[in-house]
Design a protein around this ligand. Structure first.
Ligand code: GLC
Length: 477
């Protein structure tokens, strides 16, 4: 089958979060399953800066966006059996950040329109167009809109994957015709209507042939108002075409046996390298070099749904134990201020890096002993899987993909692969973190066994690629 995968970011080209990791690593796995896959993303400044010489110019054209006729260039790149397409328009995409501009609706409206028009020219017509999150949610709408007039689009099937339903692309009603060039029926018929404006993600959920969420538990959670941010009724209505497919991780890139960013490599059979990684992490981050003090780490965006208020509430109690705490991330000022304060209050025991660094994040995955993810909601979460791959035991709240990947340790029979708590409650989190620290100190053999078990877990894309392939096949029957 021919699959066109549409995303607003994809590693290694452009990345702000987990979506990029998925868009970078699922397509090559689909190719291994026998599908022919193209991925299309905007040609951001960061892509142009890093890859420009390597991209092959395909063509240029003008794309219609309501009354606008907008320049659109197309570039191509072949990698791991996947054809990569980049949509060029410097006015929209030659900017330092990927998102967060006043005209994001127009930028991604243009991108979605461009994808819809450009797919006519691709050597192989897509059987399935697979879109992701609100930025590409107009693609299924445009495809169905065109199909009324144009046979080319009639046979194309569409999939929308929800990576995080918090971001929906909600805009004023007036943008429908004026910006997106769609007839009022798309509002009046209810597809895009939400309260008194339009909601792009809602439109894609209603209109696509299949809807997927990035973990089975998240697919269930989306039926509840607490998780669905106003779209619970739409999800309930579409239940018949909704499924949850757990993300995998790029097991080649995240591999403690071969990772070039860490102080020493290691494997389940020879863990000496992990000790070195810990020592180096303590040195580089200004922590006391203590091989027998466990390091609890977080690599996270500093935003509320990551559960940071639980950490703020309980850090003092946790620090009463013999433990060190490491945080890497950036985000809201209140959390940055809190971690700066914590670093000053616990010198040599709390280390903070307010920013993002791929190399340092890998050194943390490798050098830490425990990895904390107390998320309020977590559609899938990739960090807990990466941590496990580096033998760092996760402590998570039982939500979304965290629930699907972490099985709580049971002291009476030694089963499980991490630690977890159910209620979003600081006391519960603190209790479990302390349990994990105690296991490290008091039962090193059990701790080592957990590490080995975690490193041997299968988080590859193999199974999930099969599930996506089955969804595509069902749609094309
Ligand atoms: C979003 C979600 C995260 C998920 C990622 C990839 O960033 O918040 O939980 O792992 O998408 O699907």
């Amino acid at each position: 089958m021919n699959i066109l995968y549409v995303a607003s970011e994809a590693a290694p080209f452009c990345k702000t979060g987990g979506l990029a990791d998925v868009a970078g690593s699922l397509p090559p796995s689909l190719v291994r399953k026998g599908d022919s896959v193209s991925v299309i993303v905007p040609l951001y400044q960061s892509v142009a800066d890093q890859f420009h010489g390597e991209l092959e110019f395909v063509k240029w054209t003008f794309v219609r966006l309501a009354w606008r006729s907008v320049y659109c260039g197309l570039f191509r790149y072949e990698k791991d059996g996947v054809t990569w397409y980049f949509v060029d328009n410097e006015y929209y995409f030659r900017r330092p950040e990927l998102y967060g501009y006043y005209d994001d609706a127009e930028r991604f409206g243009f991108f979605s329109r461009a994808v819809t028009e450009l797919m006519r020219e691709f050597t192989e017509k897509p059987d399935v167009v697979h879109c992701n999150d609100w930025q590409t949610a107009l693609v299924p709408i445009y495809i169905h809109d065109e199909a009324v007039r144009d046979d080319f689009y009639k046979s194309i099937r569409t999939v929308i994957t929800i990576h995080n339903i918090e971001y929906q692309g909600r805009y004023g009603r007036e943008l429908l015709e004026e910006l997106f060039g769609l007839a009022s029926g798309w509002y009046d018929g209810g597809t895009l209507a939400y309260e008194d404006g339009i909601n792009l993600l809602k439109g894609a959920i209603v209109n696509s042939d299949a809807v997927t969420a990035v973990s089975p538990t998240y697919a269930q959670e989306l039926k509840y108002a607490y998780f669905a941010h106003g779209l619970e009724n739409v999800i309930a209505m579409c239940e018949g075409k909704l499924s949850g497919v757990l993300n995998g991780i790029d097991e080649k890139s995240f591999d403690p046996r071969a990772d070039k960013s860490i102080a020493a490599t290691y494997s389940p059979g020879n863990m000496a390298g992990k000790k070195k990684c810990k020592e180096q992490l303590q040195q580089t981050m200004g922590l006391q070099v203590k091989p027998d003090t466990p390091i609890v780490a977080m690599v996270t965006r500093l935003v509320p749904h990551k559960g940071l208020d639980l950490v703020c509430e309980t850090l003092d109690s946790i620090m009463e134990k013999d433990v060190q705490f490491v945080v890497l991330g950036k985000g809201e000022a209140q959390y940055e201020a809190f971690f700066n304060y914590a670093r000053a209050r616990y010198p040599g025991r709390v280390a903070v890096y307010l920013g993002y660094s791929d190399a340092l994040s890998r050194q943390i995955y490798a050098g830490a002993d425990l990895f904390l993810m107390p998320s309020k909601s977590e559609p899938c979460g990739l960090s807990q899987m990466i941590a496990m791959r580096y033998g760092t035991i996760p402590i998570v709240r039982e939500t979304g993909g965290l629930k699907d990947t972490v099985r709580p340790y049971q002291s009476w029979n030694g089963e499980g692969n991490g630690f977890s708590f159910a209620n979003y409650n600081a006391g519960d989190m603190c209790h479990v973190v302390c349990e994990a620290i105690d296991l490290y100190h008091n039962n090193p053999d059990a701790f080592k066994l957990l590490q080995k078990r975690d490193m041997n877990e299968d988080f590859s894309w193999k199974r999930s690629a099969e599930e996506y392939h089955a969804i595509y096949e069902k749609l094309c029957k």
